[in-house]
Design a protein around this ligand. Structure first.
Ligand code: FES
Length: 276
C-alpha cells in the first residue's frame, strides 16, 4: 500500500510542521540498522585482527589485512620463500616494538572505505542519524554538510583511490602467488587460493567502480568523440558504478573472510584442502 502523502505546507522557509519525526509508515529503520550492524561488526573484527600481529601468513597465503608483507616476523615465517611483493624486511614492525604491520597497512584501504561516497551515506545514516532515512527528521539542529572541518577532509577520497588501486594490484599479486606450493613451485591450488582469488576480484571490482575512478576516466572532457578509448572505459566503469553499493558490501565481507581463513590455517585450527 502506498505511504500516505503529507498535506502541502505553506512555503515559509521553515521545516514542515508534522506531529512526529516522520510520516513514513514503512519500516524505514531496518536498512540503516542492518547496514550499521554489518559495518560495526567489520570494524570490531578488523581492529581485533589488526592488533593480533600473528597468524597472518600460511605459505603460500597471506592475509589481505597484512599485505604487502613488510614485517620482520613475516620474513621469518617465509622460511626463505618469496611471497607477495618482496619488500625487504624493515624490521621495526616486528617484535622490537610489537607494532602490528596491519596498523600501518590498513591506513590506506580503510581510508579509502571510510571516505567512500557510499559508506559515508551508510554511517551518516546509521550512526550520525543525519538523517537516519529519507523523510525522517534528524536530531541535529544544524546541518553544514561536508563544508567544514573535519568532514571537508572527505574530499581526500580521490587520493585514497590511487592508493587503493595499488592495494588491489598487490592483492591480485598475492592471489596469483597462491598458485605456488609450499616449495615455491607453480601448480598448486587449495581452498585458500580460491579465497584469495575471490578477494582480489571483489576488491578490484569495488575499486574500479569508485565514483572517483569514473571521474578520473571520463571527467573534465568536453568531447567524448575525441577520446574514444576513455569513452569506452568510462562506459565500463559506469556499468560497474551502478553496482557500487553491492560491491562495497561483498568486498567488505570477503576481505574479512579471507583474513579469517588465512588466520585459521596459519594457527593450525583448520587444514587447507588442496585440489592439486
Ligand atoms: S565512491 Fe566508494 S570507493 Fe570511491
Amino acid at each position: 500500500m502506498a505511504a500516505p502523502v503529507a498535506p502541502a505546507q505553506p512555503r515559509t522557509g521553515a521545516r514542515a510542521a508534522i506531529p512526529g519525526r516522520t510520516l513514513r509508515t514503512d519500516r524505514w529503520w531496518v536498512s540503516p540498522a542492518i547496514s550499521g550492524g554489518v559495518l560495526a561488526a567489520f570494524a570490531v573484527y578488523a581492529t581485533w585482527a589488526a592488533f593480533q600481529n600473528s597468524d597472518y601468513f600460511a605459505r603460500p597465503y597471506i592475509s589481505p589485512l597484512y599485505s604487502p608483507c613488510i614485517a620482520s616476523i613475516c620474513e621469518r615465517a617465509r622460511s626463505g620463500a618469496v611471497h607477495g611483493i618482496h619488500v625487504p624486511s624493515i624490521g621495526i614492525f616486528g617484535p622490537w616494538w610489537g607494532i602490528s604491520p596491519a596498523i600501518l597497512i590498513l591506513i590506506f584501504p580503510l581510508g579509502f572505505r571510510i571516505t567512500c561516497y557510499y559508506y559515508r551515506k551508510t554511517y551518516y545514516r546509521s550512526f550520525w542519524l543525519s538523517p537516519p532515512a529519507c523523510a525522517v527528521a534528524e536530531p541535529h539542529k544544524r546541518y553544514t554538510g561536508e563544508t567544514r572541518f573535519p568532514l571537508i577532509l572527505q574530499n581526500i577520497h580521490r587520493y585514497f583511490f590511487y592508493a587503493a588501486a595499488l592495494f588491489a594490484a598487490l592483492n591480485t599479486y598475492d592471489a596469483v602467488v597462491s598458485f605456488r606450493n609450499t616449495r615455491d613451485q607453480w601448480g598448486h591450488m587449495g581452498l585458500g587460493t580460491l579465497v584469495l582469488c575471490a578477494n582480489a576480484v571483489m576488491l578490484s571490482l569495488y575499486t574500479v567502480s569508485c565514483h572517483s575512478c569514473r571521474h578520473i576516466i571520463g571527467g573534465r572532457l568536453k568531447h567524448f568523440s575525441k577520446h574514444p578509448i576513455r569513452f569506452k572505459a568510462w562506459g565500463v566503469v559506469s556499468k560497474l558504478n551502478k553496482h557500487h553499493m553491492e560491491l562495497a558490501w561483498v568486498s567488505l565481507v570477503v576481505v574479512a573472510l579471507a583474513d579469517l581463513y588465512v588466520r585459521l590455517v596459519a594457527s593450525g585450527t583448520i587444514h587447507d584442502p588442496r585440489f592439486f
